[in-house]
Design a protein. Structure first.
Length: 520
């Protein structure tokens, strides 16, 4: 028996083996990344949940409460080690690939299980960030896998998991809600049985009602409502409206993506998925006498999910539009010509293999910049005992921890303020943060925390007047925010290579500094 026949016979076992290998690769790779912005903010959210802080009111949850709750659960299991959020992210991402592969198998044949895994992991082998997109994608694939139009129980649970998708990554409701309305319309129009709609709706509404009840009981509904404006703040920053982004998205995939195979082959698969799903949806709605509701649903979600991946970031595309991959196999399986099938499959597998060969961890700059030889582990801070960082990163967190201990043990200070792009600072501090948004960076716009928390400057200035706060700041952020520092002195400066020559500066009240020097 040759190798091809062996792979076909044991394709599920081979596929799961590949998943395990890439799961290990994912966690290992993420432990080399020092990212106090993305990793730090997600980690801090989970810590704050465990500490019992009120969601939205005391924690900046721009992506949703449920994802932070899930990360908090894993963090407890892993004894507060940040590797917990890498495990969580990888678990849900690779779990979603397995479910997607089962969908491909159900829509086509058993060989598509392995092909789906290969395409997914070869084009997006490692999650780029510990972001809620990966967790939400898991529940999105679960919604479709469970969906069975003839079974009421399946309709209920599929609706339930679709709602969980919205709660894990809250901006997903921008495409899920209109898609859900359209799907329900199609179900009723095709089957004329309202009980099918009822069970799907009931399953969907139940988790949403629980969320609203939780918000009401904790008196934070209006605060949560304010968070829903965040995507529009981002649009204002780019000075583009949604339709400008949509036009750029369509133009990119029509005229640019096909010619980027050498540098960005991952876009080619997304291009194929979009094309097949658009064609198939039109065909099902207008040219098929017998409608396939499953295909209509998956194509609808695939195309509408453009909304959350419209800025063309690969990790967003591979946790949204990717849901439509099984439709390619569904259509190719219907072809009568084996030669045509072979050509399509050859192109898809060739591009995916090419993608993995040249980008074995994906097109992610932070992964390419890892210096494995100079990175090492240290078991001195429980949060980071699994990390493998370079010397300057370790020195940075050790110095932050030491400075915070000196200040909190010797000075009568109630708060810490972080005016840097590194949320690890707040995670390492023994003092509560005064700010809601845990960091200041260019991506969010350094003035975003003030826009979102309008009285923040006044609060900071009041505590400065009382000499009741100490401050971490990049060189110019204090001046940028027009914060006055009477009776404050520069305590220390910290260098770190990723900050492009700038320094983190620590300002403390003069009376605090005097106490520290007296005890020395």
């Amino acid at each position: 028996m040759n190798l091809i026949h062996l792979v076909k016979k044991y394709n599920i076992l081979v596929g799961l083996s590949i998943i395990i290998l890439f799961f290990d690769l994912s966690i290992n790779t993420l432990t080399y990344i020092f990212d106090g912005g993305h990793h730090g903010s997600i980690f801090l959210n989970a810590l704050n949940i465990i500490e019992g802080k009120v969601p939205y009111k005391e924690i900046f949850l721009q992506y949703g409460y449920l994802n932070a709750l899930i990360n908090a659960f894993f963090l407890i299991i892993f004894d507060y080690d940040i590797v917990a959020i890498y495990f969580s992210t990888s678990f849900f991402y690779f779990g979603s690939i397995i479910i997607l592969s089962l969908i491909s198998k159900d829509l086509g044949n058993k060989n598509f299980f392995l092909l789906t895994i290969i395409i997914c992991v070869f084009n997006h082998p490692v999650p780029e960030f510990p972001w809620p997109n990966y967790t939400a994608f898991f529940f999105l694939t679960l919604f479709f896998y469970i969906f069975k139009i003839k079974k009421k129980k399946n309709l209920f649970f599929s609706g339930f998991f679709l709602a969980i998708t919205c709660l894990v990554r809250e901006n997903f409701y921008y495409f899920i809600l209109p898609s859900f309305v359209f799907i329900n319309f199609c179900i009723y129009f095709f089957y004329k049985q309202f009980n099918k709609n009822f069970f799907l709706l009931f399953g969907f509404c139940l988790p949403i009602l629980f969320l609203f009840l939780y918000l009401y009981i904790n008196n934070i509904f209006l605060i949560w409502l304010d968070y829903q404006k965040i995507p529009f703040v981002y649009l204002d920053k780019y000075e583009l409206n949604f339709f400008d982004f949509l036009k750029n998205f369509i133009t990119f995939f029509l005229y640019e993506a096909p010619f980027l195979i050498a540098t960005n082959p991952q876009y080619f698969i997304i291009n194929l998925i979009l094309f097949f799903n658009f064609y198939t949806l039109i065909e099902q709605l207008f040219f098929k006498s017998v409608k396939n509701i499953n295909i209509i649903i998956i194509s609808t979600l695939c195309l509408s999910s453009i909304v959350v991946s419209i800025n063309l970031e690969l990790f967003r595309l591979y946790t949204s539009v990717l849901i439509g991959l099984p439709v390619i196999f569904y259509k190719l399986n219907q072809l009568s010509s084996n030669n045509t099938k072979f050509i399509y499959f050859f192109i898809i597998i060739f591009i995916s293999t090419f993608s993995f060969f040249y980008f074995p961890k994906g097109n992610v700059k932070s992964f390419d910049n890892i210096d494995y030889k100079k990175s090492y582990s240290l078991n001195k801070i429980n949060f980071f005992k699994s990390q493998k960082w370079q010397e300057d990163k370790w020195n940075f967190v050790f110095k932050i921890k030491k400075i915070d201990e000196i200040i909190s043990n010797n000075c009568d200070i109630s708060y810490v303020l972080n005016l840097t792009p590194n949320a690890f600072i707040l995670a390492l501090s023994n003092l509560p943060k005064i700010q809601l948004v845990p960091l200041f960076n260019e991506h969010l716009d350094r003035k975003f925390p003030i826009i979102f928390q309008k009285n923040l400057i006044n609060q900071i200035q009041d505590e400065i007047t009382k000499q009741n706060i100490y401050i971490y700041s990049m060189e110019n952020n204090v001046q940028l925010l027009n914060i006055d520092l009477p009776n404050y002195k520069l305590f220390d400066k910290l260098d770190i290579s990723d900050y492009k020559g700038t320094q983190v500066r620590i300002f403390v009240p003069t009376k605090c500094l005097n106490k520290i020097y007296e005890k020395k």
